[in-house]
Write a protein that binds this ligand. Sequence first.
Ligand code: ARG
Ligand code: ZN
Length: 465
Amino acid sequence: MPSVLSRRAATGVLAALTTLAIATPAAATGGSTVGSPGLGDPYFPLAGNGGYDVKHYSLDLDYTRADNHLGGSAVITARATQNLSRFDLDLRGFAISSLRVDGAPARFTRDGQELVITPKHTLRAGRSFTVRVDYAGEPTEVIDPDGSSEGWVTTGDGAFVVNEPQGSPGWFPANDNPRDKATYDIAITVPKGITAIGNGRLVSKRDHKGKTTWRWREDSPMATYLATATNGVFELRVSKVGKIPLYHAVDPAEVPKGAFDLLGAEAEVITFFSGLYGPYPFSSGGGVVDNAPEVGYALESQTKSQYDQTPDASTVVHEISHQWFGDSISLTSWQDIWLNEGFAAFSEWIYAEKHGGETAQQAFDASFARSATSSFWRRPPANVGGPEFMFGSAVYDRGAMTLQALRVKIGDRAFFGLLRDWYAKNRNGNVTTADFVKLAEKRGGQQLDAFFDTWLYQPVKPTTW
Ligand code: ARG
Ligand code: ZN
């Protein structure tokens, strides 16, 4: 059953297609065109927008938990990929006080998550432009098709900010699709005594009139859902692994539970995966342990994994491995979510194996022991059947099993070479399952269509492969 949310999204796309059809004659006569309101992702059709490519987001946020008021100024630098008489950003809620394109006021309307912008003059294909949106209000928490909460999730003393897959437009205007990666400057002004943590490196921290502005900069391309601005009372510690600064922020309630020690393990995990997969992708790292257990999951926000509570050691391994698989290498379609979660779950297995724990094959065997009649086998990892199942156990466990089965089939040398190639080739890029199959065949020196079909697409327990 599609959720209310995806049903509404589907209706929006139909409306959008009608608009596009009307716009076509203008395009045919050499006139301007309208950027599409979505990128047609099968799970989230309206996420992202057509007609431009964002290069950089500069976000200036001011947040007070007491009245749950977020004031934002977003400057988005983008390049038109077609002539644009009109284009969309994704934004949920807020009142917009000013909207400018290249410094000139632009007309805009709102339609659900679509912020529809008509610049004064058509933007020509290939040209760079800036959009500045000044907005304010109570941020919108987004409820996912699986019922989980994301976006700007308020806590007792601030907000836990996590957005996979569609929470970002609940706190900033975005081209909300992993296909459009960009660099970020994130400034967050909060009452003095509150710590605010964005992605990347801390550029400055300034006090003024009872408030503090924290400025963070992420210089590697990042998908919108990996942005963060988590804030609250935190103890912040800075350390290093090699030349890379690590920022660890822990809610005081979690300090006695050993959160700093668990985060401290990140340095060794980063070193381990750098050896196994290739150099750590980013110029900084770290993690945030908040006290928001009602969220119920952790997220691999780029350079700053977000933990809703003190994690166990394997969750830290999982989120750090996502920095390679999910963050540096991004999805093209949400349906391929196993390329993130299956790889992170396998990373937990291989980490344990190489540290004297259970072998990946033992983990595989334990998962494979599930009865053939278990519902687990009905949702194959590359086709779970809808966004409400995208974080289901099959995506993680059967995804990891696929990799372990592949390892056995092509041998360790080819398999680990394949993972290194996969990362080297796709660093900072976007991938599909078909890309992985192709590279696996090349590295494995064999036809693997049937193998991957069995493991990734068939809704039954594999018997032979
Ligand atoms: N990628 C996260 C992890 O496995 C899970 C995010 C779940 N998100 C959600 N809205 N339920 O580490
Ligand atoms: Zn994960």
